[in-house]
Design a protein around this ligand. Structure first.
Ligand code: BDR
Ligand code: CA
Length: 310
């Protein structure tokens, strides 16, 4: 039986690749996409989620608009990394439909409420606002979550020296989620930044030749040269696709249990993931933190799976 997942996302170049990888995988039943503000404002990201689903031939896949801002202060978006439209140079045909009328948080709560214990895996590819609000409004739905796989954090930040984008964008939400007692797997930058799009890897995906394979190859290619000759957007690390790849093929990753807390405020440390590898705090482990990945295996999986899409 396929594993039921909900993808909470802010698409985003690497989110789009992650969504396509999930939709291309028969072991997964993607129940819906819930969208959260992050890489850009909410409205264009909802449009991107709808467009990516249609690119995959899945105009039937429900898309829900979620929280338009984080719980605390609004930080800068990631348009510099993902382009003004959020999908780099890829401009998919605009979606032919509107998002579902229900709010993403309502959808998350109702779907989890109707599921068997451990019935649903949540894949979190953006700031954790939607998931935190759902767990605040309906903590009783937590047992329905088989696993919450989060892209975020790491020993070195990519927004500040200490913080990774998704956790930095809403550290209050992240802190609540890590304290909620759900089984978490954290996929940090230490892992995702080793899964880089080399020209050979992108070429192998382009050779698949389908419209989705060409879209993935375009998404993973560096942007055009800027004033100084270097690409405006260097080749993306496959942050968010690692979440889906982990659900599909956990044997490609290694990790260990640890306590993770999120720094809510701090002149230099807002949004930092504090991982107690040595058990200094005596706080119980609340996450499995991935440490290594077989990067070649991830690209092979992506090239194989994307061939299943139109
Ligand atoms: C994360 O930040 C976003 O810009 C990406 O989509 C990814 O989820 C990486 O730090
Ligand atoms: Ca993302």
């Amino acid at each position: 039986m396929p594993r039921s997942i909900i993808i909470d996302t802010d698409p985003g170049i690497d989110d789009a690749v992650a969504i396509l990888l999930a939709l291309a995988s028969p072991q997964l039943e993607v129940l819906g996409l819930t969208v959260v503000a992050g890489n850009l404002a909410l409205a264009p990201l909802v449009g991107n989620a709808l467009a990516v689903a249609e690119l995959a031939g899945r105009a039937d896949l429900p898309v829900y608009a979620g929280c338009p801002r984080p719980m605390g202060e609004v930080q800068q978006n990631a348009a510099a990394a993902h382009g003004e439209g959020g999908l780099g140079d890829l401009i998919p045909p605009p979606a032919s439909r509107a998002p579902h009328a229900a709010h993403a948080v309502t959808y998350l709560i109702e779907t989890l409420r109707g599921a068997a214990p451990g019935g649903i895996t949540l894949c979190a590819l953006g700031p954790l606002t939607n998931i935190a609000v759902a767990l605040i409004m309906a903590p009783e739905v937590a047992p329905a979550i088989a696993e919450l796989v989060i892209m975020g954090g790491g020993s070195r930040g990519n927004v500040t020296p200490a913080a990774e984008f998704n956790l930095h964008a809403d550290p209050v939400a992240a802190s609540l989620v890590f304290a909620a007692g759900v089984p978490i797997t954290l996929v940090p930058l230490d892992v995702t930044e080793t899964v880089k799009s080399t020209p050979e890897r992108v070429a192998a995906i382009r050779r698949v030749g389908t419209r989705c394979a060409l879209a993935v190859a375009d998404l993973l290619s560096p942007g055009p040269p800027g004033d100084k000759g270097a690409p405006v957007r260097p080749a993306m690390a496959m942050h968010d696709p690692c979440v889906i790849a982990y659900v599909l093929a956990p044997e490609l990753f290694a990790g260990a249990a640890a306590n993770v807390t999120i720094e809510i405020a701090g002149d230099f440390t807002r949004g930092m993931s504090v991982i107690d590898w040595r058990g200094r705090t005596a706080r119980p482990a609340n996450a499995r933190v991935l440490q290594t990945v077989d990067a070649a295996g991830i690209y092979q999986l992506l090239a194989e799976r994307v061939a299943n899409l139109p």
